[in-house]
Design a protein. Structure first.
Length: 242
């Protein structure tokens, strides 16, 4: 007698499995779309970084589109309002406590931006210990705009007396110091000064794990199908019979 293939799916289980499979496939597809968007954004950042430096006055009106673009700024540092962002360094060996020096910078056109001049060890936080670095008069500096870092519920409150913050957030620093900034972005300087601070540009650290996430969702979809079919086999609802 010839064997015949039969399949009698359980209605409720089948509907639930189809809904779950649709969700898993949808999540995997969404991750692939996010991956394409992320790669486009990374390509855009790379293209911006390769551009010639432009004056900040030309970049400020475009807001976030100015981020990562090399730029020059001409004006004067307002050293009396210098502030600090706590940051320990580990890239030079043992952990070294220190701060990023944040200095308001008055552009020749009158607008003010906040400049991250770079890093100094904790013992050099006092400007009196690095007088050569406290440049006076009109200067031109190079760098690039970066977004301010938002705080979280775990971010310690700033030490306003010592002017030390724990997130590089330009609006928060400006508000505490009574300053009016042209932009909420931070100008991260790359220009070096004989007396410090040491420029410490932050890298472009944008995670790109979307392919792994997509494969995870698709794999769960495959597992779901296998379990669904196996259950029907065990129940005698799927297979060959005489």
């Amino acid at each position: 007698m010839m064997s015949r293939f039969h399949f009698r799916p359980l209605p409720g289980l089948t509907v639930a499995a189809l809904v779950a499979l649709a969700i898993l496939v949808g999540l995997g597809t969404w991750q692939l779309q996010r991956r394409a968007e992320k790669h486009a954004m990374l390509a855009q950042i790379e293209a911006r970084q390769a551009m010639a430096a432009a004056a900040v006055e030309l970049l400020l009106p475009v807001g976030d589109y100015a981020i990562f673009r090399p730029a020059t700024a001409t004006g004067t540092f307002q050293h009396k309002d210098e502030a600090y962002v706590s940051e320990a360094r580990t890239d030079t060996g043992p952990t070294r406590p220190g701060v990023r020096v944040m200095t308001p910078f008055r552009l020749t056109g009158g607008d003010m931006i906040l400049v991250d001049r770079g890093w100094v060890p904790l013992g050099a936080r006092d400007p009196a210990t690095r007088p050569e670095g406290q440049v006076e008069g009109i200067v031109t500096i190079e760098g690039a705009f970066r977004r301010s870092a938002p705080g979280s519920t775990f971010t310690p409150p700033p030490d306003l007396k010592a002017r030390i913050w724990f997130r590089r957030n330009a609006p928060d620093i400006a508000a505490a110091l009574g300053l009016s900034l042209r932009s909420p972005l931070v100008f991260e300087a790359t220009s070096r000064n004989a007396g410090g601070p040491e420029p410490l540009p932050t890298g472009v650290n944008i995670p790109d794990n979307h392919l792994n996430y997509a494969l995870t969702w698709f794999s769960l979809g495959v597992v779901l199908v296998v379990v669904y079919l196996r259950y029907h086999v065990v129940q005698g609802r799927l297979g060959y019979r005489q």
